[in-house]
Design a protein around this ligand. Structure first.
Ligand code: ATP
Ligand code: MG
Length: 367
């Protein structure tokens, strides 16, 4: 997968811009606040209809513009796709692929996959379990439509159950509905666990390799899927997992009613991240956390490659700072195959990099 051309109009600090990219490595450099991250953000948006950092689409429209236009020429599955998104203030966005209206952002993901890594992604290691669940969910939803369905169903049941528990204080008869919801949560929950266990297994293999190479063999990264306690084998059949979930639920039945909270189920899952046998969250240095987070993203890229047959476009925002020379060299030289975008400030050393094309960005323009 490649994006060969990008046109922007009224997007963030880009009034108009047209860029033609290399199929390999593209370096975007410039001083702070010139529009490097904005450029990557535009590419991510074309791949999933969502910005990795904005809360609302209107943030993406230039301060002085009425609408933002993003247009990309994408090469994927040996075909060419022209994707266009127009964001307008106070109106619905318009998305087209080869001139045909795209119904949802999933249509964009069908054409282009991206893996985006930025300094903010350190939260993957540093934050609580929700951050790592989100990572699993986003990746799995793109890869497995069945997972996306199961997750949506689970979330719907979960919200409903939460309401039953919360409102049962004033309406105790609501609790008669609880067993039915519990049973469905076990069945759907078992499917989710089954997918996540396999995903983390693949992730652990690829990430361990990346981390070890990046640290020059000095550090071992270990990822383990953590789910409901009674599920001793998350690779068992889904009916066996469901049975284990029922056991856990039964033992928490009264506690859930007393606390009015859903205490049992995979909505509390996590990935345990260890570096050299110790919790990365608690003991890792900045550079180690960055290496571990980057390894997760590189692993995600490999999983996508194996599933789809093509590397997704890799977007690396400001990865070099905080990595020592050896780790920088690894990042710059080892991420071969597929198209890559890497942003950096002017003073970063790029000697080690085999850049296909270099773009100098100043104040929302390519110079
Ligand atoms: P750094 O090296 O600090 O990460 P950067 O080159 O990645 O800098 P960007 O995050 O791309 O910088 O942002 C560049 C500029 O875009 C910022 O000065 C910001 O004020 C501006 N900007 C953000 N949103 C908009 C918008 N909607 N309209 C116009 N300008 C915007
Ligand atoms: Mg930036």
């Amino acid at each position: 997968m490649k994006i060969n051309k990008l046109e922007l109009g009224g997007f963030r600090n880009y009034k108009t811009a047209s860029l033609e990219f290399d199929g390999g490595c593209n370096v975007i450099y410039g001083e702070n606040a010139q529009g490097k991250t904005n450029l990557l953000e535009a590419i991510v948006y074309l791949s999933c209809g969502k910005s990795p950092r904005a809360h609302a689409d209107r943030e993406l429209i230039g301060f002085e513009a009425d609408c933002a236009r993003l247009f990309g020429v994408i090469e994927s599955r040996d075909r060419e796709f022209k994707t266009e998104v127009v964001l307008q203030r106070g109106k619905r966005r318009k998305m087209t692929i080869n001139g045909v209206a795209a119904k949802s952002s999933a249509a964009l993901s069908d054409v282009l996959h991206t893996v985006f890594f930025s300094p903010e992604d350190l939260y993957l290691i540093r934050d609580g379990a929700a951050a790592r669940r989100r990572f699993m969910d986003i990746s799995l939803c793109q890869l497995r439509p069945r997972y996306a369905e199961a997750l949506a169903e689970y979330n719907r049941l979960y919200e409903h159950k939460t309401r039953i528990l919360r409102d049962s204080e004033n309406q105790p008869d609501l609790l008669t509905m609880l067993p039915d919801f519990n049973e469905r949560l076990c069945v759907v929950g078992a499917a989710i666990i089954s997918y996540r266990a396999r995903f983390v297994q693949a992730l652990a293999q690829h990430a361990a390799l990346a981390h070890s190479e990046c640290s020059g063999g000095k550090e071992a990264l270990n990822l383990t899927y953590q789910t409901v306690k009674t599920v001793d084998d998350p690779f068992a059949s889904q009916s066996e997992i469901a049975q284990k979930l029922r056991e856990h639920q039964q033992s928490h039945y009264h506690a859930e009613i007393a606390s009015r909270l859903c205490l049992s189920g995979p909505h509390k899952d996590d990935i345990e991240v260890l570096v050299n046998g110790r919790s990365a969250r608690q003991f890792c240095s900045q550079g180690q956390v960055r290496t571990a987070a980057l390894s997760l993203k590189l692993a995600e890229r490999e999983i996508h490659k194996n599933a789809v047959g093509e590397y997704p476009v890799m977007l690396l925002d400001d990865v070099l700072s905080e990595l020592d020379e050896k780790r920088q060299e690894y990042v710059l030289n080892r991420i071969a195959g597929g198209q890559i975008f890497i942003t950096c400030c002017e003073n970063d050393r790029l000697g080690a990099l085999q850049a296909g094309k270099v773009f100098h960005i100043r104040d929302g323009e390519v110079i």
